[in-house]
Design a binder for this molecule. Structure first.
Ligand code: NAD
Ligand code: TYD
Length: 360
């Protein structure tokens, strides 16, 4: 059995990844290190199958003493690094935490892994592997007809979030080239699915529409994202960990190119079908164009030929099916939504982010 350290496993993708590993009955014992910031919650980890194989540790990836202790006490061989500040709008209003967690935190973790790897006996040493989770946003923004991002596209991050992720990617790459630390990196497009914190577009729209609140669309709503259902992302990460080449980057994406307005329209149609009696049907009429995000990237698209050809991975869940599943999950989890909404931080976030954005 492999002992795996997962950072950020109480957040959206990390918690889905833990569920995926346990549901697939993979031969792992999980140590989940998470600071439980506003975005992390133990509610995301209830009802895990085989929960004896999941050990939660509340703590900071920047805390070297704690991370060293986790390594020495638990013979960790694999690290899957999700922990990050992950929301572009928050990085615009307050970038500092992004620099701390995403850059300093990744550096601190890499140092701990390097020490553990160098100090280990050969048996453990040969199994050590650091997998870093990153984003398509490091590549910048595409014009409408421009070719999708490949692994060779130069990085050109535009938001403090994207810049902090690009910096962390560079550090991971440098640890491979300088020290030979066995690493892999995945750069993935926008995820959606169960347990996503409702500050991101898809859960925000589902919940607002359900409740008959305005659906805030930044600017003209013609921005394009490449949406991927979270379970497909989890499968891609595991494929790279199992079969990927050390030192390599793999782009992961959904082969989807809807505009923000189109995706909001799709969500509203699913809600119209599921809630025909609602007084808010048709939900799309709740759309309100509001002041744009500064420096808003126009389009992301991922070229996924490398992971498809080399590792035989491709998305399995269509956007239509994924949205059906996601809307159903939120409609079935009003308690989960309510707990987040009661948080002081969430209420002040909504106020700070939306109050200055008058309807356009
Ligand atoms: P999230 O914001 O939902 O969760 C982040 C988790 O990290 C939370 O549980 C939080 O408590 C934890 N955390 C934050 N700072 C920490 C610290 N200093 N120490 C320990 N834990 C800490 O994020 P997500 O959407 O699940 O994203 C996970 C990773 O995937 C991030 O690295 C993100 O950049 C990347 N990513 C996200 C997307 C997406 O669409 N959400 C797409 C591509 C890549
Ligand atoms: P988001 O979910 O924040 O992801 P990212 O910025 O990482 O792509 O936003 C997805 C798209 O939706 C992005 O183009 C910004 C837009 N958006 C809105 O139009 N309104 C909103 O209230 C939010 C949160 C996002």
């Amino acid at each position: 059995m492999k002992n795996v350290l997962i950072t950020g496993g109480a957040g959206f993708i990390g918690s889905n990844f833990i569920r995926y590993l346990l549901e697939q009955d993979l031969d792992v014992c999980i140590f989940n290190l998470d600071l439980l910031t506003y975005a992390g919650s133990l509610e995301n980890l209830t009802d895990l199958p085989d929960s004896d194989r999941h050990h939660f540790i509340k703590g900071d990836i920047c805390d070297r003493e704690l991370v060293d202790k986790i390594f020495t006490e638990n013979f960790i061989s694999l690290v899957v690094h999700f922990a990050a500040e992950s929301h572009v709008d928050r990085s615009i209003l307050g970038p500092e935490e992004f620099i701390r967690t995403n850059i300093q935190g990744t550096f601190s973790l890499l140092e701990a892994v390097r020490k553990h790897w160098q100090d280990s006996n050969n048996e453990i040493r040969q199994d050590v592997h650091f997998h870093h989770i990153s984003t398509d946003e490091v590549y910048g923004s595409l014009a409408p007809e421009e070719a999708a991002f490949s692994e060779l596209t130069p990085v050109a991050p535009n938001s403090p979030y994207a810049a902090s992720k690009a910096a962390s990617d560079h550090l991971v790459r440098a640890y491979y080239h300088t020290y030979g630390l066995p690493v892999t990196i995945t750069n993935c497009s926008n995820n959606y699915g169960p347990n996503q914190f409702p500050e991101k577009l898809i859960p925000l729209i589902i919940i607002n529409a359900w409740e008959g609140k305005p659906l805030p669309i930044y600017g003209d709503g013609q921005q394009i994202r490449d949406w991927l259902y979270v379970e497909d992302h989890c499968r891609a990460i595991w494929s790279v960990i199992q079969k990927g080449k050390q030192g390599e980057i793999y782009n992961v994406g959904g082969n989807n190119q809807p505009t923000n307005l189109e995706i909001v329209n799709q969500i509203c149609s699913v809600l119209d079908m599921k809630l025909p009696e609602s007084q808010h049907t048709p939900h799309f009429e709740l759309v309100q164009h509001v002041k744009d995000r500064p420096g808003h990237d126009r389009r992301y698209a991922m070229n996924i030929q490398k992971i498809k050809n080399d590792l035989d991975w491709e998305p399995a869940v269509s956007l239509e099916e994924g949205l059906q599943k996601t809307v159903t999950w939120y409609l079935n989890h009003p308690d989960w939504i309510e707990k987040i909404r009661k948080q002081q931080d969430y209420q002040s976030w909504v106020k700070n982010n939306y109050q200055g954005r008058d309807q356009q």
